[in-house]
Design a binder for this molecule. Structure first.
Ligand SMILES: Cc1cc2nc3c(=O)[nH]c(=O)nc-3n(C[C@H](O)[C@H](O)[C@H](O)COP(=O)(O)OP(=O)(O)OC[C@H]3O[C@@H](n4cnc5c(N)ncnc54)[C@H](O)[C@@H]3O)c2cc1C
Length: 445
């Protein structure tokens, strides 16, 4: 016991020391980044347009505003609220109040950036132009696309976002209202007991860990409330895996059965009958209907239509079929066919990503490379696919999963075993990631 306490204390000291360095929580260890800052701002009269003022768009706007002198920087997005989406898992499981994830975009908008409060309805990269919903045409010299993604509720027959919070239906994606209504449903399920179905849309989804975290936190809450025997839980995977990183996949394939969470493989949610509380899954043996008391619906996701239907999207191949994602070089984030266009965040079609941690690693690369081409140089900064997820397995514990395009684990904390549960990922998720995220928005980390 004495040794274990000493280990714990030493672990805490090292953690606090590392945390004091500021930026680890959102993946400062994104190995392979070659990012340098110019000694002074670059003078240019270029017009740079950023589409989407979410995590990636605002972080890029702050970087451009500091690094450029004389440029015209425009950002387009009608959304006024800024949502800290990584906190939604905690809202949906009753651990955070919804207000904690709601902020205002204007708090982070640099004063020298023109914000157009509208949505882009059309991308015309041949003409170097975007058109807004109100019909305004905006020319650009350089374009950064950071529109995030669309949660495709219509892909599940009978499902609509209005159903979240009724008939035992929950969905953590992708705003605080949905997450909070999901908590109402989970709370009710844990009180009355019954069958809980947990799902995950196929293909690229944002924070692929979120459906798993909702499942494990619900199981943990059931246990804490003394209701574990009253609920039966089934996770429905649309494939034969639970997570893309093989070590984590293996961990989860042991963890779920050990916690009596059954797994249905190759079960893709295709329909829901809310009044009957019945879900339909496409399986290799045909459609299967399963009754539930609670269901966590995670629909497929895709690029927003104006982007997905434009020439900027992949025209064929897996990233076209999977969600009409934007075509970029996976390392430089430059568009393959339109070299003055770059992408960052959830909208890009790269093998992995779609986390705020990826945004943290991608934005400096995209900005650095855009600065290079503004100066007529080649883009040389490279994104190595870094992504990270504090995979919360229960209140007070989790695994900090960090990996890259090669699916190799790239741990930031040398003193934590990245293959075992630990209290540090929980503290990061609960206390540290929000301030780190806000620092990222301001372009400071
Ligand atoms: C439940 C949940 C849990 C998560 N957990 C984690 C986690 O633990 N760790 C982690 O790192 N990440 C996590 N994430 C993922 C992370 O939040 C996203 O990857 C990140 O926010 C992506 O940033 P983005 O800028 O690409 O998109 P967003 O932040 O979604 O912003 C996109 C912006 O583009 C705008 N837009 C869309 N279309 C247009 C258009 N046509 N014209 C103009 N503007 C447009 C939207 O209004 C929006 O403001 C989680 C996400 C969710 C939903």
């Amino acid at each position: 016991m004495k040794d274990r306490n000493l280990d714990l204390q030493s672990g805490r000291r090292q953690f606090l020391k590392a945390a004091g360095l500021g930026s680890l929580a959102l993946g400062a260890a994104s190995s392979g980044l070659v990012v340098s800052r110019p000694a002074q701002a670059l003078s240019t009269r270029a017009r740079i347009v950023i589409v989407g003022a979410g995590a990636a768009g605002i972080a890029a706007a702050n970087r451009f505003s500091r690094e450029l002198n004389g440029a015209e920087i425009i950002i387009i997005d009608k959304r006024e609220r800024h949502l800290y989406q990584p906190g939604l898992t905690l809202v949906a499981t009753g651990l955070w109040k919804p207000g904690k994830v709601i902020d205002r975009n204007d708090r982070y908008m640099p004063s020298n950036v023109r914000w157009i409060h509208d949505m882009v309805s059309e991308f015309d990269p041949e003409a170097n132009q975007v058109t807004t919903g109100s019909g305004e045409r905006i020319d650009y010299d350089f374009l950064l696309v950071s529109t995030g993604l669309t949660v495709d509720f219509d892909a599940v027959e009978g499902m609509s976002p209005e159903l979240i919070g009724q008939h035992g239906i929950g969905c953590v994606y992708d705003n605080p209202e949905h997450a909070s209504r999901t908590w109402t449903m989970i709370d009710q399920f844990l009180t009355t007991g019954g069958v809980g179905l947990f799902t995950r849309g196929p293909g690229g989804i944002k924070c692929a860990g979120a459906p798993l975290k909702v499942t494990m936190l619900t199981e943990d809450l059931a246990r804490r409330r003394g209701q574990r025997d009253a609920v039966s839980m089934v996770y429905n995977s649309p494939s034969e895996g639970l997570f893309s990183q093989p070590d984590m996949d293996q961990f989860l394939k042991q963890e779920f059965p050990s916690r009596d969470i059954a797994i249905n493989w190759n079960h893709r949610l295709v329909g829901i009958e809310p009044e009957l509380k019945r879900a339909t899954f496409a399986t290799p043996n045909g459609e299967q209907r399963i009754d539930y008391d609670f269901i966590h619906v995670v629909p497929p996701m895709r690029a927003p239509d104006p982007l997905g239907n434009s020439a900027l999207a992949w025209q064929d191949g897996p990233f076209a079929d999977d969600g009409n994602w934007m075509e970029v070089d996976r390392a430089t984030l430059q568009h393959a066919r339109f070299p003055n266009v770059f992408g960052a965040g959830d909208c890009v079609g790269t093998p992995i990503g779609k986390t705020a941690a990826s945004v943290k690693a991608q934005v400096p690369v995209a900005v650095e490379n855009m600065l290079a081409i503004i100066q007529g140089r080649e883009p040389v900064s490279q994104y190595d696919g870094y992504t990270s997820c504090p995979l919360i397995t229960g209140q007070g514990r989790g695994i900090l999963v960090e990996f890259d395009y090669a699916l190799n684990m790239v741990p930031s904390f040398p003193f934590i075993n990245p293959y075992r549960e630990h209290w540090v990922p929980w503290v990061m998720k609960d206390r540290m990631l929000l301030p780190a995220y806000n620092a990222m928005l301001r372009g400071r980390i």
